[in-house]
Design a protein around this ligand. Structure first.
Ligand SMILES: Cc1ncc(COP(=O)(O)O)c(C=O)c1O
Length: 371
């Protein structure tokens, strides 16, 4: 490997964050969400790192579950969107997967199928997000039907998803929660409701199971950080190096479209990382990066394989200097992916899941004392 860009994945940090999710919700079991290639971190490696800790994993679809099974992962895996076609039920059955049902056709397919062993089923109710799930009244009827079919359904859980659990104060969140609490009480149903923000900030959502995702990767999903979210550790460090330096006169433009113009004589570092790697082309001038651990700013549009940084105030910057696009620098300085995302007018989820296969992942697993 010659190009210096890589995504370093800190598996000890992943486990630390998982333990934090557990500690935050001691009454619940935490299902580690590993969909979208573990939010870009590598699903198999993350599953292997969490195997001893997590009682279950969650993925979006059968193909993602198969990848884990083919790698020898035996932990139960929930399909968050259930099946996409009735033919998948055979695999759900033989691979020992857990299944969400959010639509009538999925329930019909299940009732038309005879599994070799009954399947744990997660009945998804639409409590107000209006994405997936049954309206509450329909869910009540289905709950009883599914519960009665012990030949097909081994365990049954009430599942829902919050649209605004990350907000400091959200009426929609409170409405969803009230509805779900009432429904769970009437059905005497075990629940699975909390995503990362709810796990971190809303103990009243904690059910028999929670489904933390983004927090496992060290990104803080809360609108306002709390004590727990401040203890999250970044898992991915996107690390590269300076490959060229340019001295530009005041008034000179840099990069495509000449978006950035030097307001003084400036030193521009060219870094091996671009949108062809998954770094967001919408990153604004001023987006922070760490050069040898010191903050510097993006200057000019991101190109496919490179980006440019104003290092006028980083006197030691040289060809070969370390550049951290997000994550932890060699000296320990941290640049959060959340901060970078804000400069790109996006969220950490898109930056992390957007890391392309071209970027080599390098895993390390150094437990920190006292962790
Ligand atoms: C159904 C479901 N549960 C849990 C999660 C995890 O959410 P988060 O990454 O915010 O913790 C997601 C993520 O999109 C989801 O779609």
């Amino acid at each position: 490997m010659t190009r210096p860009l890589l995504a370093e994945i800190d598996l000890a940090a992943l486990r630390h964050n998982y333990r934090l999710a557990q500690a935050r919700a001691p009454v619940s079991q935490a299902m580690a969400v590993l969909k979208a290639n573990a939010y870009g971190h590598g699903a198999v490696a993350c599953a292997q790192a969490l195997e001893d800790l997590a009682p279950a994993f969650a993925v979006a679809c059968l193909e993602e579950a198969m990848e884990l099974r083919e790698a020898g992962i035996t932990t139960p895996i929930l399909l968050l969107e259930g099946i996409f076609d009735a033919s998948e039920l055979e695999y759900v059955d033989t691979l020992g997967l857990w299944m969400t049902v959010h639509s009538q056709w999925q329930v019909d397919a299940l009732f038309a199928y005879r599994p070799t062993t009954p399947i744990p089923v997660w009945l998804k109710v639409d409590s107000g997000m209006h994405r997936l799930g049954f309206p509450p009244r329909e869910a009540e009827g289905l709950w009883h039907k599914l519960q009665a079919d012990r030949g097909r359904v081994s365990e049954l859980y009430l599942m829902s998803h919050f649209a605004t659990a990350d907000a400091l104060d959200s009426q929609q969140f409170r409405q969803q929660l009230t509805l779900l609490q009432g429904l769970a009480k009437r059905l005497d149903a075990p629940t699975c409701l909390a995503n990362s923000p709810a796990t971190l900030a809303w103990p009243e959502t904690h059910g028999d199971w929670n489904r933390p995702g983004i927090m496992l990767y060290g990104s803080d999903p809360l609108e306002g950080a709390n004590d727990a979210s401040r203890r999250l550790r970044p898992v991915m460090t996107l690390r590269s190096r300076i490959i060229a330096l340019q001295d530009v006169a005041a008034g000179e433009p840099v990069g495509y479209g000449g978006r950035w113009r030097a307001s003084r004589r400036s030193r521009i570092a060219v870094v091996a990382c671009g949108y062809g790697d998954g770094y967001d082309r919408h990153a604004r001038d001023g987006t922070p990066v760490l050069v040898d651990g010191q903050r510097a700013s993006l200057a000019g549009r991101v190109s496919m394989d490179m980006l440019t940084v104003d290092v006028s105030d980083v006197p030691g910057a040289a060809i070969g200097s370390e550049v951290v696009l997000w994550g932890r620098a060699a000296g320990g300085e941290v640049l959060s992916v959340d901060e970078v995302a804000r400069h790109c007018e996006t969220i950490s989820y898109t930056l992390l899941t957007g890391m392309l296969p071209r970027v080599p992942r390098r895993y390390h697993d150094d437990e920190v004392a006292g962790d």
